[in-house]
Write a new protein. Structure first.
Length: 282
């Protein structure tokens, strides 16, 4: 399941890279042990020479990028003097010359590598280089979010009642995920995040001292109103919530006022309490 998810993220990044730069070829793969990346995703290739290629740490351009944990590029792969040449045959079969490799790094650990390539021995150009780095960052962000989703799903399966510190962790995580969701381009991943947030919010229904949210007056808040309330519940000021959500402070105030009105609350604290009772916040 995890490998399938990672493949989807890599595939999307390669497509984005080619569209953003016009590079004819992009490919990549994920690291599934500590020493090796297997090239599994190809976009724009003319042959299958690169598919399944096992890139060892330190070998070739990609292996060098993994070892150094930074982007590396060569103008002419076959003539490059600062990389090893174990993979020349596959690169030549695909007709690649100018290549950039960018590691995918999550929490200081390399999780994969992404390549962009030209079939001519010409400088890659700053625009293409920056786009390759941005595409790798997209994969990194998606993996961070998915890792957090898995962690939070595990948290919701644990008994947290009677453990206030555990509830605070759930609430802080809920706030962080709500803030992350609008930045995710992939609609499916964004929906998955919102679903997890809903599970976290609903998990509080059995918390001691909280009445069953089904007994509360039905309240419907917009996603942004919930985002703002989630930040407020985590202790953020309007200015801090605005920075976290990428909004203006005046916009945050407007969402907060609207949420308070719908919840029948007169203060920020009353709004948070009412949202929790309604099952909108954990």
């Amino acid at each position: 399941m995890i490998e399938a998810i990672e493949a989807v993220e890599m595939r999307a990044a390669l497509l984005t890279l080619r569209r953003a730069t016009g590079l004819p070829v992009a490919f990549g793969g994920m690291l599934h042990d500590t020493r090796q990346v297997r090239i599994a995703e190809l976009n724009g290739t003319a042959t299958g020479a690169l598919r399944g290629l096992a890139i060892c740490v330190g070998n070739g351009l990609g292996g060098k990028s993994i070892a150094l944990q930074r982007p590396c590029a060569v103008t002419d792969y076959r003539q490059a003097r600062h990389i090893t040449h174990e993979y020349d045959a596959a690169v030549a079969a695909e007709g690649l010359r100018s290549v950039v490799a960018v590691p995918v790094i999550v929490r200081r650990r390399v999780r994969g590598v992404l390549y962009g390539a030209l079939r001519d021995p010409a400088p890659m150009g700053e625009r293409a280089f920056d786009a390759a780095v941005a595409a790798a960052r997209d994969v990194e962000q998606a993996l961070v979010v998915r890792d957090e989703v898995q962690r939070l799903l595990a948290v919701t399966r644990e008994p947290v009642y009677g453990r206030p510190e555990a509830w605070e962790e759930v609430r802080e995580a809920h706030s962080e995920l709500r803030a992350l969701a609008p930045r995710i381009v992939d609609a499916g991943l964004r929906g998955e995040l919102h679903a997890v947030c809903g599970r976290l919010a609903g998990a509080g229904g059995g918390e001691p001292g909280r009445r069953d949210h089904r007994e509360q007056r039905a309240v419907t808040l917009t996603p942004r109103e919930v985002d703002v309330l989630s930040c407020v519940a985590a202790g953020s000021t309007n200015a801090a919530a605005a920075e976290r959500l990428g909004l203006r402070p005046e916009t945050v105030k407007g969402y907060l006022r609207a949420a308070m009105r719908k919840l029948g609350a007169h203060t920020r604290l009353e709004a948070v309490v009412a949202a929790r009772r309604a099952g909108l916040l954990p």
